[in-house]
Design a protein around this ligand. Structure first.
Ligand code: FAD
Ligand code: NAD
Length: 473
């Protein structure tokens, strides 16, 4: 084996945590390498997560609009047909384009890319072995700093065997070549609702079985209630407060059994079952013990507030550490660690990491939920504005939704913003911006918002929260 090559920073994993960390390290003049076990760069997000899911959400949303809304706009669109294999082929092209973009970014920022499985030899040395089925020699690399950005994998329940054909995860659900007749979804969280929407829009029957009494249960409760109403109208079926006890496959049929109360057994039969009950941190094969890197009680890499692990010089970011499993959170942490290594004083404000669900209507949230403020005993005010009162929403025939703003009862500072409706995924950025500067609801009320826009609903909700009164309600 050749003598190990030395770097300032080596990053394990090329998802939005790892590749963004690599870009920033390169920009800061650090000699950097990134190791990825798959043949493409981009991790879960670009290959089997954010990007492919948004590609098929977009395609199916267009189809849904064409089949259900065009007539209202005076457009006849008879004999429309969705071609699933073509939609999937487009999605594959989108994925290829964004993954190739990461290869370009690595070159541009002079980051060495190695494909193979990384594991620790000791706290400063990594072994890179060929990935499954790959050929080539094992290599050793050393670095002053190592960033673990190995991400996450889908979780399951102990009694469910994921056969990846009929009992599937999001990865397979994003690559189906036939339209399911009936998809049963375990878990009414983000993945279940986004991918459930995709198949419901194409005509599949979709049943969601959720353990808690609400969908998207970790977001502000108002959002779950509103979204439930909209998705039911779109034909999705929901079984809330149901404890799944079995999922079994016989031939092409999948049967789910759940308990909805002491004597309320539910049995559902479908041709696919999507298990979307969360994701687990991925650290398999890293040999963390050799480097002195410890895990916490949930199997995540243990880190301090600076994302340092229990071993000096080893850092961890993204889905593999505590906090929301979101691409932009992973990227923010990647920049943070790169800048710390370069001697800068970066910051990440975890309270202001927005969450978005790309259903229709879209859902977005930032800051504290009303439930959290109640729990803290905080005195707060609520302002809201319905999309039905927005001229832009009426013109666009997209009147489902609302904006809810939570403010400090004494100071009027915005503490949380929770929105559901058209184009909300982009409007939340305004809420993040104003909260970043610790702005008050009245500040937003004083800012000019172009008319007619969906963003005006945020201003109106702020005027309402500030006690000035919404202008269009
Ligand atoms: P990952 O993206 O998981 O990347 C980790 C990489 O490390 C992988 O490429 C893996 O192969 C590699 N790796 C692991 N171990 C090794 C090893 N030993 N050696 C070498 N390489 C290794 N988030 C959003 O913010 N918005 C969305 O719209 C969104 N949609 C999603 C949709 C779906 C269907 C899914 C599944 C997830 C979605 N997410 C979304 C979540 C998002 O994908 C993750 O939060 C994000 O990818 C985490 O980034 P990461 O860099 O921490 O890890
Ligand atoms: P999730 O945590 O969003 O939802 C899991 C759901 O499953 C919850 O509602 C939970 O109550 C339910 N559940 C748990 N155990 C159950 C059981 N035994 N029976 C029935 N229901 C059960 O997880 P997910 O949807 O799998 O997504 C995984 C991660 O990926 C999330 O952390 C999310 O942040 C990320 N993601 C983000 C986006 C986005 O930002 N738009 C999209 C997809 C995924």
């Amino acid at each position: 084996m050749a003598a190990p090559t030395s770097y300032d920073v080596i990053i394990i994993g090329s998802g939005p945590g790892g590749y963004i960390a690599a870009v920033r390290c390169g920009q800061l003049g650090l000699k950097t390498a990134i190791i990825e076990k798959y043949s493409t760069l981009g991790g879960t997000c670009l290959n089997v997560g954010c990007i492919p899911s948004k590609a098929v959400l977009e395609s199916t949303e267009l189809y849904q609009k064409a089949t259900h809304q065009f007539a209202e706009h005076g457009i006849d669109a008879d004999n429309l047909r969705a071609d699933l294999p073509r939609m999937m082929a487009r999605k594959d092209q989108v994925v290829k384009k964004v993954c190739d973009g990461v290869v370009f970014l690595m070159k541009k920022n002079k980051v060495d890319v190695l494909h193979g499985v990384a594991s620790f030899v000791d706290a400063t040395t990594l072994r890179v072995a060929p990935s499954d089925g790959g050929s080539g020699e094992e290599q050793q690399l050393t670095a002053k700093n190592i960033i673990i950005a190995t991400g996450s994998k889908p979780s399951t329940l102990p009694f469910i065997t994921l056969d990846k054909e009929r009992i599937i995860t999001s990865t397979e659900a994003l690559a189906l070549r036939e339209l399911p007749k009936h998809v049963i979804i375990v878990g009414g969280g983000v993945i279940g609702l986004e991918l459930g929407s995709v198949y419901a829009r194409l005509g599949s029957k979709v049943s969601v079985v959720e353990y808690t009494d609400a969908i998207i249960p970790t977001m502000d409760r108002t959002l779950g209630k509103e979204l439930l109403r909209s998705l039911k109208k779109q034909g999705l079926e929901f079984y809330l407060s149901h404890k799944v006890t079995a999922v079994e496959r016989a031939g092409d049929t999948v049967t789910l059994t759940a308990q909805g109360g002491p004597s309320a057994e539910l049995k559902l039969e479908g041709d696919y079952c999507l298990v979307s009950v969360g994701r687990r941190p991925y650290t398999e094969g890293l040999n963390l013990a050799a480097a002195g890197v410890e895990l916490d009680e949930k199997g995540r890499v243990k880190v301090n507030e600076d994302l340092q692990t229990t071993a000096p010089g080893i850092w961890a970011i993204g889905d593999v550490v505590r906090g929301a499993m979101l691409a932009h959170k992973a990227s923010d942490e990647g920049v943070y660690v790169a800048e710390l290594i370069a001697g800068k004083t970066p910051e990440v404000n975890y309270l202001l990491i927005p969450g978005v669900v790309y259903t229709w209507p879209e859902v977005a949230s930032v800051g504290y939920t009303e439930e959290q403020l109640k729990e803290q005993g905080k005195a707060y005010k609520v302002g809201s504005f319905p999309y039905s009162a927005s001229g832009r929403a009426v013109a666009g025939a997209d009147t489902e939704g609302l904006v809810k703003v939570l403010t400090d009862a004494q100071t009027d500072e915005i503490l949380g913003v929770h929105m559901i409706g058209a184009r909300i995924a982009d409007i939340i950025a305004e809420a993040v911006g104003i909260m970043h500067f610790r702005g008050a609801a009245e500040d937003v009320g004083l800012m000019s918002h172009a008319h007619p826009t969906y963003a005006e609903a945020f201003k109106e909700a702020c005027l309402n929260a500030a006690g000035i009164g919404a202008l269009n309600m």
